[in-house]
Design a protein around this ligand. Structure first.
Ligand SMILES: Cc1ncc(C[n+]2csc(CCOP(=O)(O)OP(=O)(O)O)c2C)c(N)n1
Length: 600
C-alpha cells in the first residue's frame, strides 16, 4: 500500500494535452507520432519527456498516421496526434484504416480550434468520426482527457477500429487535476499476415465495409456505459445534451438544469438520450460549431433546440451560452452589467525582431512579385508594412498555386511561391516535382530557418535532430531540389539584403523552375539568437523611414522630428543585431551600440 506522501505525488496538474500523453503512456503506448499544430503540439512534446515510448515528429500528418498504423499492425499500441486540419491531410489513410481496423490499439487525436485562434479554418472534426464510422470520444477536462485516452486504446482493440479522440483549444490548453497511475504495457501481439484485413483491394474492402457498419450499434451501447455517459437530473424544465468543453459552460451558466453529458459523441446512446428527453420539458443541445448532435437527435425524432440560439461560428463562452439561453427564454436577458468587459489592447501579430523571413519579403515586394504564400510564421509577410503575399490557402499549397497562376498568364509580375522549410517537407515536395514536370515559370523561395517556428520550434527532417534533441540524419534541401530536376538552385543568407535581392532577381529571370533557399536560423529556436544590438544616432537620422519598411518591432517612432517627419529609435532589449536596418539606412544613422554595452 502506498504511503500518504506517495499518494499525494500521484496527482498532477496537467493540461489536456499532457493528460492525453500521460493516458497513452499509462496505457502502454509503444509508438507515438504526430505533426505539430496548435492546439495539439504538446502531446508529442510531453510524451517525449517520458521513457520507453518511441516518439516522432513525422514529416506530415498522413505519414504520422501511416507510421502509427504500421505499428498497430505490428501489434503494439500507437497514438497519432494532429490539429484539426491535419486530419484532412491524413484523411486518405484514416478513411481506409476504419475498414482495415487495427491490431494494437490505434488512437487518433484531433485537436480542433473553434474560433480559429491559430488556424486557417475552424472545421468540426466530429464529422470525420461519422464520415468514417469510428467511435468519437470527447473529454471535458484533463482527468477525462487521460481516462478517455486509456479507454480509447481498449475500445480500439475490442472493436477492431481506430478511435478518434477530439479535443478543442480550451481542453487542450487548460490545466486540471489528474490522478496518475502506473504504466501497463499489454502483451505485444505479433504481426500476422492477413491480406483480407490489411490489403484494401476492392474485393477485400467490400468484405470489410460491413464490419464498419455492424460495429456501430454495439459501440452505441458502449456510449451508454457510465464511464462515458453522465445523466445529471435536476430541474426537469430544461434538459441539455452536451459534450466536451460545452459541458463546463452549461454547468456554469445553468447550474440547476438537467444535463446529459456525452463522453462518446459518436455513435450516440440514443435510448439513453430518449429516456432523458422524456423526463425534461425542453430539450437543448449546446455544442460548438456544427449542429452535429442536434441533427442526429432531430433525425431520431427528438424535439431538440440548439443552433437557433447558439452560434455556429466561433468558440462558445459563458456569455454566448448565457445569451443563447436568454434568447430561448430560459434565462432573463443579460443587462450590460452582466456582460464581461473583455476589451484588451489590440496586439496584432508581427514577425520577430531579426526574423530571417523579413529580407526575402522586402526584396519580393521591391521586385513586384506576385507571391503565393504558405502557412508558417512567414504568412505574416502578408501584413503591413511588408505586404508581400497575395494568396495563402493550406500547407504546401503555395507551389501548386504559383504553377497554376503562371499557367493562367495573367499575373502582373513574376510568380513566386514562398514556403517554410517544415512546410516544404510536409506537402511542398510533390508540388515542386509537378512544377518541374510542367516546366512552370515559377520561383520557389524556401525559407529555411532550421525549425518549425510557428508551432514553437519543433525539429523536422532537415534540422538534423530528433524530437528529444538527439542527432538525426539531415535532409539537404538544395540536394533534394536538384534531384527533383530543378536546375537553378541558390542558397543565400537572408541577413545579406543585397545578396538576397540579387539571387531573387536572377531566379525570377530564369525561364523555368528556380529555387532560392534562404538559410538562417530562427532567432527564437532552437536557441535564442542575440547579437550586439544597434542604435540610432539621432543627429544622423533623416526620418526617411526606410527602416520602418522592415516591420521590425524593435524599431519605434520618437517624438523628435526631421523636416516634420518623426525620427526612429531602436529598443535595445528587443534588437537581435541582425543588421538589416543598418543595411537599408541611407544615412548611416544605425550603428552597433559599441563597447561597454551588456545585455541585461
Ligand atoms: C495541415 C496542417 N498541419 C499543421 C499546421 C500547423 N502549422 C502551421 S504552419 C506550420 C509549419 C511552420 O513551419 P515552417 O514551414 O518551417 O515555417 P516557420 O514557421 O518556421 O517560418 C505548422 C506546423 C497547419 N496549419 N496545417
Amino acid at each position: 500500500m502506498e504511503t500518504r506522501t506517495q499518494e499525494r505525488t500521484r496527482i498532477a496538474l496537467l493540461t489536456g494535452n499532457e493528460a492525453i500523453a500521460r493516458g497513452a503512456y499509462e496505457a502502454g503506448v509503444a509508438v507515438a507520432t504526430g505533426y505539430p499544430g496548435t492546439p495539439s503540439t504538446e502531446i508529442v512534446e510531453y510524451l517525449a519527456t517520458l521513457p520507453d515510448v518511441y516518439v516522432e515528429w513525422s514529416s506530415n500528418e498522413k505519414v504520422a498516421l501511416d507510421v502509427a498504423m504500421g505499428a498497430s499492425m505490428g501489434g503494439v499500441r500507437a497514438l497519432c496526434t494532429m490539429k484539426h486540419v491535419g486530419l484532412n491531410v491524413a484523411s486518405d489513410t484514416f478513411m481506409v484504416a476504419n475498414y482495415t481496423g487495427v491490431r494494437g490499439g490505434l488512437v487518433v487525436v484531433s485537436a480542433d480550434d473553434p474560433g480559429m485562434h491559430s488556424s486557417q479554418n475552424e472545421q468540426d472534426n466530429r464529422l470525420y468520426a461519422k464520415f468514417a464510422g469510428v467511435p468519437l470520444l470527447e473529454p471535458s477536462d484533463s482527468q477525462e482527457a487521460k481516462t478517455f485516452t486509456e479507454l480509447a486504446f481498449s475500445l480500439s482493440e475490442e472493436f477492431d477500429t481506430p478511435v478518434l479522440l477530439r479535443t478543442t483549444t480550451r481542453i487542450s490548453h487548460t490545466r486540471g487535476v489528474v490522478q496518475l497511475g502506473d504504466r501497463q504495457v499489454p502483451p505485444r501481439r505479433p504481426f500476422q499476415r492477413d491480406p483480407a484485413k490489411y490489403v484494401m483491394l476492392p474485393a477485400y474492402a467490400r468484405q470489410r465495409r460491413p464490419r464498419v457498419l455492424e460495429r456501430l450499434p454495439r459501440l452505441a451501447e458502449v456510449a451508454a456505459r457510465p464511464e462515458f455517459l453522465r445523466v445529471e437530473m435536476r430541474d426537469p424544465s430544461v434538459g441539455v445534451v452536451t459534450a466536451g468543453v460545452c459541458y463546463t459552460l452549461v454547468r456554469e451558466v445553468l447550474p440547476e438544469a438537467s444535463v446529459l453529458k456525452l463522453g462518446m459523441s459518436y455513435p450516440l446512446p440514443l435510448d439513453a438520450i430518449r429516456g432523458f428527453a422524456a423526463q425534461v420539458r425542453r430539450l437543448f443541445v449546446v455544442e460548438e460549431l456544427e449542429p452535429f448532435l442536434e441533427e442526429m437527435l432531430r433525425a431520431a425524432g427528438l424535439p431538440v433546440e440548439g443552433k437557433a440560439y447558439f452560434p455556429q461560428q466561433g468558440e462558445l463562452t459563458p456569455e454566448r451560452v448565457r445569451e443563447g439561453f436568454a434568447r430561448a427564454g430560459v434565462l432573463p436577458e443579460p443587462g450590460d452589467a452582466g456582460r464581461a468587459n473583455l476589451a484588451t489592447a489590440p496586439r496584432p501579430p508581427v514577425l520577430c525582431p531579426g526574423c530571417p523571413h523579413t529580407a526575402p519579403f522586402l526584396a519580393l515586394q521591391r521586385l513586384g512579385a506576385v507571391v503565393c504564400g504558405d502557412i508558417g510564421c512567414y504568412t505574416l509577410g502578408a501584413l503591413e508594412p511588408l505586404r508581400a503575399m497575395d494568396a495563402c490557402l493550406a500547407m504546401g499549397s503555395s507551389i501548386g498555386m504559383a504553377t497554376g497562376l503562371a499557367l493562367a498568364g495573367t499575373a502582373p509580375g513574376p510568380v513566386v511561391a514562398v514556403i517554410g522549410d517544415s512546410t516544404f517537407l510536409h506537402a511542398g515536395l510533390p508540388a515542386l516535382v509537378d512544377a518541374v514536370y510542367k516546366r512552370a515559370h515559377v520561383t520557389v523561395v524556401i525559407l529555411d530557418n532550421g525549425t518549425t517556428a510557428m508551432t514553437g520550434g519543433q525539429p523536422h527532417p532537415a534540422t538534423g535532430s530528433g524530437v528529444r534533441g538527439e542527432p538525426a540524419p539531415r535532409v539537404d534541401l538544395a540536394a533534394v531540389c536538384r534531384a527533383m530536376g530543378v536546375e537553378f538552385v541558390r542558397v543565400v543568407d537572408p541577413y545579406d539584403l543585397g545578396a538576397t535581392f540579387v539571387a531573387l532577381e536572377e531566379a525570377i529571370r530564369y525561364p523555368g523552375v528556380s529555387v532560392v533557399i534562404t538559410n538562417r536560423p530562427c532567432v527564437e529556436a532552437p536557441v535564442k539568437v542575440r547579437d550586439e544590438p544597434f542604435r540610432v544616432v539621432p543627429e544622423r537620422c533623416t526620418a526617411c523611414q526606410l527602416c520602418m519598411d522592415l516591420g521590425c518591432p524593435a524599431i519605434v517612432w520618437t517624438d523628435e522630428t526631421y523636416e516634420g517627419r518623426p525620427k526612429v529609435t531602436i529598443r535595445l532589449d528587443a534588437c537581435t543585431g541582425c543588421t538589416l536596418c543598418a543595411q537599408v539606412c541611407p544615412a548611416d544613422a544605425i550603428v552597433r551600440v559599441g563597447p561597454g554595452w551588456r545585455r541585461s
